[in-house]
Write a protein that binds this ligand. Sequence first.
Ligand code: FAD
Length: 396
Amino acid sequence: SSIPKIVILGAGYGGILTAQRLQKALNYNEADVTLVNRHEYHYFTTHLHMPAAGTDSIEHTRVSISKLIDEFKIDLVKSSVQEIRTQQKKVILEDGTLSYDYLVIALGGEPETFGIPGLDKYALTIRSINSVRLIREHIEYQFAKYKNENNAQEHINFVVGGAGFSGIEFVAELADRIPALCKEYDVDPSMVNIYNVEAAPTALPGFAPELVEHAMTVLTKKGVTFKIGVAIKECLPNGVILATGEEIKASTIVWTGGIRGNRLIEAAGFEAMRGRVKVDEYLRVPGHENIFIIGDGSLMINPEGRPYPPTAQIAMQQGECCAFNLVAAIRSQQPKKFAFSNKGTVASLGKGQGIAVVGDKKYRGWTAAQLKKVVDMRYLFIIGGIPLVLKKGRFF
Ligand code: FAD
């Protein structure tokens, strides 16, 4: 047929926003839109640290994609993408192929281990619903093991690699969960150790120094031991070796220290830096006017000449811009340039605690913790309206 085919790969922040804006903007029979995702649900990556630590449920962290998309307008395909073949304009799925005229790659990121030996094999990562289920169960199992294996300390030592956004949010939740675990498994809380190891000279790069200091004070009080400016040299089945030569015994190692684009992007032959493609100002891959990359797989440079950090916030805005440019392409109209509008940054530090920057204002404590909820609710509202806010929102 002559109806253009649009295929969107990935139903995360970028993919969902693209699909929703397309279904609103496109006229009947103007394009065939297909959304491909590995699971039947969309998950809130920015919330994964909670079910990982066990402080919130999986059901607050995901929603069925069919609740977000009008299936009379968009075909949902639950499958795993295996390969992108740009020459044939085809996408190979685990159970079939799709052809496209326009392609949106919104497959998110993957952990980057920088070649540190053992991390791939022994560290857990916070990347999906399935991966955080494993972390949660693993932690509980270690408490049980501790009581059954002569109180071997490594079972209740926890190492988190990386003190960026995800690392900090996760150690905060973990520290909040420890008292309940100790009670349940009859463990003396003073025996538990949580180490947060970061190679960079500071935790939470990008936040103002006074907020970083506040965050570290709050978390130290909760029982977290920081090792900042110290690299992990090697990861072992039961611990890590630091660049200083120090060895920390721990049966649980969670790696949050790096993020890269999806490996399918490099495999497709696009020029990429750690799996991220420097897209043009319309979000297209250079040399491929019909292929857009948004979210963690895209690389854009901010006005100060530095790459924007990969965030849900930018992925959503790119999704909206991408949908606009797809409609423009189909109608032979002018595309628009992507312009990031920074709505602020909030990091949770566990129950009732947080830090936030909105414009040039800085917040901490309870106010910041409330702002985090506002951000989460705003997102639920954008993708699912009031019903989704009521169903998945966490008001307390
Ligand atoms: P994603 O949202 O990751 O979506 C990718 C989708 O593609 C997923 O649904 C995945 O299942 C699917 N997929 C992947 N591979 C395949 C395949 N081969 N086949 C089919 N489907 C596939 N950002 C913020 O702005 N604010 C925060 O507070 C914040 N907190 C964070 C906390 C944590 C713990 C983490 C891990 C991240 C946080 N981020 C935060 C970053 C943010 O989550 C990401 O930048 C954002 O999810 C990127 O969106 P995306 O659309 O590129 O990809």
